[in-house]
Write a protein that binds this ligand. Sequence first.
Ligand code: CA
Length: 496
Amino acid sequence: MKRIPAMLLSAVLAVSSLTAFPAGTIGHDVTFSHFPSNVNGGEPIRGVDISSIIAIEEAGVKFHNDTDYKEDDIFRVLAESGVNYIRVRVWNDPNDRSGHSYGGGHNDVKTAAEIGRRAAKYGMKLLVDFHYSDFWADPEKQRVPKAWEGKSRADKGSAIYFFTLDALKEIRDAGGDIGMVQVGNETNCVMCGENDMYEICQMMIAGCNAVGDFDPSILKVLHFADPSSGHYPWYAKVLNECKVNYDVFATSYYPYWHGTTDNLRNVMKQIGDTYHKYVMVAETAYPYTNDDGDHFGNVVAEGSKDATFRYPISVEGQANCLTDVFQAMADCGDKGIGVFYWEPAWLGVPEISWEQERDLWDRHGSGWATKYAAEYDKDAKESGGSSYDNQGLFNFWGYPNESLHVFGNIYPQTKKQFPTEPTTLPPTEPPTEPPKPRREMSDLIRLQKHLHRLPVDDRDRLRLCDMDGDGVLDIYDLGLMKRELWLERSDRGEKR
Ligand code: CA
């Protein structure tokens, strides 16, 4: 960690400025004026997909709240920021034939059940996202699960029905509060190894039937990618022709690839109104920095080919973008039901080497793929990390970006009470040195107030918090990310 003496602090602040907690001062309120009272208790869905979270925690990533900056359960941090729904992907069997995980969060049914349990503890419902594959399913790849290879289309439908039913039972038995189920992921005319949309509809019906038989109150979601493709009206028309019994037409909307929010609203509203379906954004994300935190390249940054950035790449740009995505859904009348942000906490362990990161990806499955995934996924040529860590709603050190508080600006909402008992965090490695004494919170708050009085012209540049939990305030520069700056207690002349 790079540290600077306090005497340099004034010089640092002269060239940069300070973002101070508490958050909640960027973005603006969005009200879903016609929200259906029978969906999610009458509250818009303010969701995040944190499918990788168990593997990330096992790899050693820590998360913190932004009230006292202490390490905290990320589920609590999310819930207290206004998140009310968690989305989790499910792969059938993400292991090679020797039992090694493919990685990517190792999202089998057991992992989904654990995420559902932890979400329910803080009053958050669960969207279970079935890929019907053993690894990533998206428009580029929808490989059939190994165990289903060679099955006829009819047999695949039957397999989907029973797999869905069994998985939902396991997740509910573990304590998950399932509110929605997604039958297929980004199924742009490809699903479970099939590429005929009319055949795919039959598999979707099988999945929707399983959901309805399990619990008719659960919303059945279908999911496509890219509302700017021009294909959505045709998908919706075929689903209608085939009488697929779904409730929600959902989209991935990555703003730098998938057109404007005006187009998003227009396309989704038309489908919602024409076919009497709810509509929502099941995945969205936007970068807040061009830097990378885990030695694994990111999918987008300034200058990326085929990416259009309509907002600044900053925390404020990220917050405004997410706000506009919520607004687009709020503008879909009584059909728009909400938004999920994709993998806002998919981080590596900060400040370790690429070799150390790679070891964590392979041991814990915390990156997008382990070296064992190559047998199933042709793109998995070697182990890899997170290509979305610069789009997190948490920074590389696991502290919330101010943009996380956009969820608290979405209405209508009711105030929920969360458990107050101490949170049991997953076991971590024992410390290699004795913990340092913590400073009193009053000192921390006083210092923060002192800094808050300094000029603020670029709110996103600097952030003040105790990053490493040693009771000493750290200042870090969001624009540079890899530089960490240390604030000494200059008022008492303490030096390190
Ligand atoms: Ca990365």
